[in-house]
Unconditional design. Structure first.
Length: 571
């Protein structure tokens, strides 16, 4: 049995950290500020929300680190593991909030922090705590990753901690492939990403390491489903930013940011995203003494603490500054620095709209309020088996615009697209962001029926369509009283609309409703820019499908021209 001694100064640092974020004393990114705001809301409204805070349990979890754990590597080796304030706050939240039925509030957590901020050591401590000190009989703890060697990083750190602490060695037995607690029949091991080997688990804690590297969500889902028999299980995702914007990690992060932004609730999900803000990461061209220069926002040392909360402890500011100077000079080093040290998802150099700008251009809208409101359509039909897209733009009273977009794909092509790497497609279909039509080719009848429903539901003024493949459908719609106009896809006809759509996203005047399919397509766009200053999307050079963007630009053009030619009354 391990005995803890309460250390009030560390416990107090957890709550003080939140206070310091709130006051601005500690520099933090938007998402940590919102996470702290959520923390204080839980405290202020716990009676209404049916939750309470168990300070004793939260304090016990924090005390465990300094009472029994020691660092095992580098200059800190042999020193007591004193949680940094940001770590103490996370532990305080995870182990302190409970629901009225005495079960843990936070069952899942998404933690994103830059490299070298002590993620593995921190997770190893949480794993050891939940393996024994959390009081669960037969606790099964797993660290999982795409490769077993990655999963073993946390597991091996936990083994080293046990070997450095005689008191821990009396309770925890560290074997080659497993850590065991005989008293409670608990075990901790590392697992690779072969989902077929994960059946039959009864997981109490799953730590999904470097989730950005996971190509699909099979491992995450298997671990989640293995917790059903537990009363207080927890699944922690710990990761840095990555490169793949179709990965389940990027999709999860978008969802987390939606929670923090208040678009929807998920009380069981704890979120801590440490990254440089989008505005801090901007790359801007400027002139100085008639010489064109580039300013790299992510090279500003004042912002590094936003992605590196352990700055001054395990991360040295001088090292980050030195690395940033190399990244400014050498393009080949830039991607690594931006993703792993600034902790922001990196787009390819030829990307049209950066992810951070796209993600910022949405806000809550009651869809019921759009019914009967004037809107303008854009249609991009697939030739056979590709995506088909239909978009609507609604001009709002405040001068901003709301964009709705729907996609279709033939049912028989879905599995091929998923196996080809578009793993989020199944989720998009489940969420009715993408509709399937029977067979292996686009069913235009289904799209026609949908557009007719739109015309009845909304005040659809006009539709612009890509002339390449939609003339027959457009003719049918025109016969039914839905006005459609074909638009050639060249800079003369769509250049200005493309420019205005881009500006609308950058200035946050177009609300894309946080549509992940549109976000994926926006990231796929390669743009042709012309000396005139106009631009248009290049379907042939774009790395994946962009149909939703094409239909959105057509809707934007329709709004610009129809609104200009025939001013209309809003009601």
């Amino acid at each position: 049995m391990l005995t803890l001694q309460r250390r009030d100064e560390i416990i107090e640092s957890a709550h003080q950290y939140a206070l310091d974020i709130e006051s601005g004393k500690i520099v933090a990114c938007k998402w940590i500020k919102l996470a702290v705001k959520r923390y204080f809301r839980n405290i202020a409204e716990w009676e209404q929300r049916g939750i309470y805070f168990d300070e004793k349990k939260a304090a016990q979890a924090i005390d465990f680190f300094s009472a029994f754990l020691k660092h095992t590597k580098g200059s800190f080796a042999g020193h007591t593991f004193e949680l940094s304030p940001w770590q103490a706050w996370i532990v305080w939240c995870l182990f302190g909030f409970y629901k009225e039925d005495d079960t843990r509030l936070f069952r899942r957590a998404y933690l994103k922090v830059a490299r070298k901020n002590g993620k593995s050591t921190f997770m190893a401590g949480i794993a050891l705590y939940m393996l024994y000190m959390d009081g669960e009989q037969g606790a099964e703890v797993y660290s999982v990753a795409t490769k077993k060697d990655q999963a073993k990083i946390i597991f091996d750190e936990a083994k080293r901690m046990i070997k450095r602490a005689p008191e821990l060695s009396k309770v925890y037995k560290a074997w080659k492939h497993e850590i065991e607690v005989e008293e409670t029949s608990g075990k901790f091991t590392a697992l690779g990403s072969d989902a077929d080997t994960l059946d039959g688990l009864n997981t109490y804690l799953a730590i999904v390491d470097e989730y950005h590297a996971h190509k699909n969500d099979e491992v995450y889902d298997v671990m989640a489903s293995s917790m059903g028999a537990r009363t207080n299980p927890m699944q922690l995702v710990i990761t840095t930013a990555g490169l793949n914007l179709t990965s389940p990690c990027y999709d999860m992060e978008r969802d987390c940011k939606g929670v923090l932004d208040g678009f929807f609730d998920d009380d069981q999900l704890f979120i801590a995203i440490y990254e440089i803000d989008a505005d801090d990461a901007k790359v801007e061209e400027y002139e100085e003494e008639e010489v064109k220069k580039t300013r790299f926002g992510w090279a500003n040392p004042e912002n590094y603490i936003k992605a590196n909360p352990n700055l001054g402890v395990s991360v040295k500011l001088s090292d980050l500054i030195a690395e940033s100077k190399v990244a400014v000079r050498r393009i080949s080093k830039r991607r690594e620095f931006v993703t792993k040290k600034c902790n922001i998802w990196y787009n390819a150099p030829d990307a049209w709209i950066k992810a951070e700008h796209w993600n910022a251009s949405h806000w809550p809208v009651d869809l019921e309020e759009l019914k009967g409101r004037p809107c303008f359509g854009g249609l991009d039909l697939a030739q056979t088996s590709d995506f088909t897209s239909f978009s609507l733009i609604f001009p709002m009273d405040d001068g901003r615009e709301v964009l709705l977009s729907w996609q279709w794909i033939p049912e028989e092509t879905v599995e091929e697209r998923i196996s080809g790497g578009l793993h989020t497609l199944s989720y998009w279909i489940d969420e009715r962001l993408v509709f399937t039509t029977p067979g292996n080719a686009t069913d235009y009848d289904a799209i026609e029926k949908f557009i007719k429903w739109v015309a009845v539901t909304y005040n659809l003024k006009h539709i612009y369509y890509d002339m390449y493949n939609a003339n027959q459908l457009a003719g049918t719609l025109n016969e039914d009283g839905i006005e459609c106009t074909g638009v050639p896809q060249n800079q003369t006809h769509v250049g200005e609309a493309t420019q205005q759509f881009e500006l609308g996203i950058l200035k946050r005047t177009i609300n894309h409703m946080n549509n992940p399919v549109l976000g994926w397509m926006a990231n796929n766009v390669v743009l042709n820019r012309y000396p005139s200053g106009l631009a248009m999307v290049n379907k042939n050079k774009s790395k994946e499908k962009i149909d939703g963007i094409t239909s959105s630009i057509l809707a934007k053009k329709c709004l610009m021209e129809q609104n200009k030619e025939t001013p209309f009354q809003m009601w």
